[in-house]
Structures are given as structure tokens and as C-alpha cells.
Design a protein around this ligand. Structure first.
Ligand SMILES: Nc1ncnc2c1ncn2[C@@H]1O[C@H](COP(=O)(O)OP(=O)(O)OP(=O)(O)O)[C@@H](O)[C@H]1O
Ligand SMILES: [Mg+2]
Length: 150
């Protein structure tokens, strides 16, 4: 388990950017935390670091937003609006995870049991000042990534 204090929004985007530079092309990241915790902010920092210049907004209604940059695929999921896990079947969830892509998933708890296991589970909570980020590796790949984070 790695814990980071993220005092400002910039700390969050900077940290996500650091993670983006070391992440392998097929990694599944769960982003947990309550409304306004900073999951989309984190994802924005991550995507910007990879070179995404277009507008980044949470795919709340569409459930997933695809990005392709410098030969890397990234799927950003936001499952907040999901009422029935079967909706995931309808969008062809399996096809997304079968690809060589980085998958970042906000509100993953809403998608279980149809989601695959994560490599890293990030949990953001409100702190007295800013946010606290807890990162748990849940696979061998996740372990290796967390070991490289400073
Ligand atoms: N240290 C911080 N890290 C991230 N966001 C912060 C921080 N401090 C303040 N903020 C603010 O908190 C808000 C986080 O919003 P964001 O949309 O990223 O949350 P979210 O977890 O994706 O929420 P939702 O569950 O609604 O999707 C932003 O307005 C951001 O500016
Ligand atoms: Mg969000």
C-alpha cells in the first residue's frame, strides 16, 4: 500500500502524470472515492501527461471515453450512472478489456461483478487539507508499478 497526501489539485495531476509515464500499455486502474474526491482530476492529469490535448470530461452518461495517443489506447470509464451491470454487457465491456489498453475506471464498485480484476486500486479521500490517495497493488503488474513510484 502506498499513501500520498495531495494538498492541491496540482499535486493530484502531477502525481497522476508521474504514474502515466511508467504505466504499461495494458493496465487496469480502479479509482474509488466519493463525489468530488478527485477521480476525474486524477484521470485528467494522467491523460494530459500522455499527450491528450482535447477536452477531458467524465463520460458519465456514455460510461466510457476512448483515447488513442502515440500508439497507446486508454479507456476512461465512469460507472456512476450505471443502474444495472447488464448495461456493461450492452456496451460490449469485454471487448474493451480484451484490448491492449490502459483502463481507468471511476466508480468500479458499480460495475462489479462484470469488471475484471484491477492491477491497482486507488482510493481518494478528503483530508483536512486536500486529499489522501491510497494505492493498493492487486496484481504482480500492479506491484511492479507501485515499486517504481516515488
Ligand atoms: N487535492 C485535490 N485533488 C483533486 N481535486 C481537488 C483537490 N483539491 C481540490 N480539488 C477539487 O475537487 C474537485 C474534484 O472533482 P472531480 O470531478 O475530479 O471529482 P470526482 O472524484 O471525479 O467526482 P465524481 O464522483 O463526481 O466523478 C475539483 O473541483 C478539484 O478542483
Ligand atoms: Mg469523476
Amino acid at each position: 500500500m502506498k499513501i500520498k497526501h495531495l494538498a492541491t489539485e496540482k499535486d493530484t495531476t502531477d502525481f497522476a502524470a508521474q504514474l502515466a509515464t511508467i504505466i504499461p500499455s495494458s493496465t487496469i486502474i480502479f479509482l474509488e472515492g466519493s463525489l468530488g474526491a478527485g477521480k476525474t482530476t486524477f484521470t485528467r492529469g494522467f491523460l494530459r501527461a500522455l499527450g491528450v490535448t482535447s477536452k477531458i470530461k467524465s463520460p458519465t452518461y456514455t460510461l466510457v471515453e476512448p483515447y488513442e495517443i502515440a500508439g497507446k489506447k486508454i479507456f476512461h470509464f465512469d460507472l456512476y450512472r450505471l443502474v444495472d451491470a447488464n448495461e456493461l454487457e450492452q456496451i460490449g465491456i469485454r471487448d474493451y478489456f480484451a484490448q491492449e489498453a490502459i483502463c481507468i475506471i471511476e466508480w468500479p464498485e458499480k460495475g462489479s461483478p462484470l469488471l475484471p480484476a484491477a492491477d491497482i486500486v486507488c482510493h481518494i479521500t478528503f483530508a483536512a487539507s486536500g486529499r489522501k490517495l491510497s494505492m493498493q497493488a492487486t496484481s504482480e503488474k500492479g506491484e511492479q508499478i507501485l515499486q517504481r513510484i516515488t
